[in-house]
Design a protein around this ligand. Structure first.
Ligand SMILES: [Zn+2]
Length: 133
């Protein structure tokens, strides 16, 4: 599906994560992106990087920058890893900080506006000497 490919590229989602669905709601003016973890790939403890097992999943939602003024939400059942030494820890996700409600996108990561947009040419204001005769 094209939406999935598009958002995979825009968000930089890579294995073992993948986008499994993109839902657009015209009524709510929202885009909801569903991300899943490929559980055929072993998990590592987020603390020691040692071998761990999947303990359970926690449903999480993050607000991302809007898509064309549509509120953009990323949702995922994030696995929690169980490590013998460190207990149960949520796996880190590439698009957000572990405990954050919102994605870790800072305003200074937005592209800088082009000079033409910050200083638009004034239409119909020719230099005064052009018409002065
Ligand atoms: Zn550990």
């Amino acid at each position: 599906m094209q939406d999935i490919e598009l958002y995979t590229k825009l968000l930089g989602i890579r294995a073992p994560w993948s986008i499994t669905g993109v839902q657009v709601s015209l009524k709510d003016r929202s885009v909801t992106i569903s991300v899943s973890y490929d559980e055929s790939i072993p998990v590592a403890c987020p603390v020691c990087s040692g071998q761990a097992s999947i303990y359970d999943h926690q449903k999480r939602r993050w607000r991302h920058l809007d898509t064309m003024q549509f509120m953009t939400i990323i949702e995922c059942d994030v696995p929690r890893a169980s490590c013998e030494d460190h207990g149960v820890k949520q796996l880190p996700v590439a698009w957000a900080e572990v405990k954050g409600r919102f994605t870790a996108v800072r305003h200074d990561q937005r592209p800088a506006p082009s000079p033409e947009l910050t200083h638009p040419p004034v239409i119909g204001s020719d230099p005064p000497d052009r018409h002065a005769k």
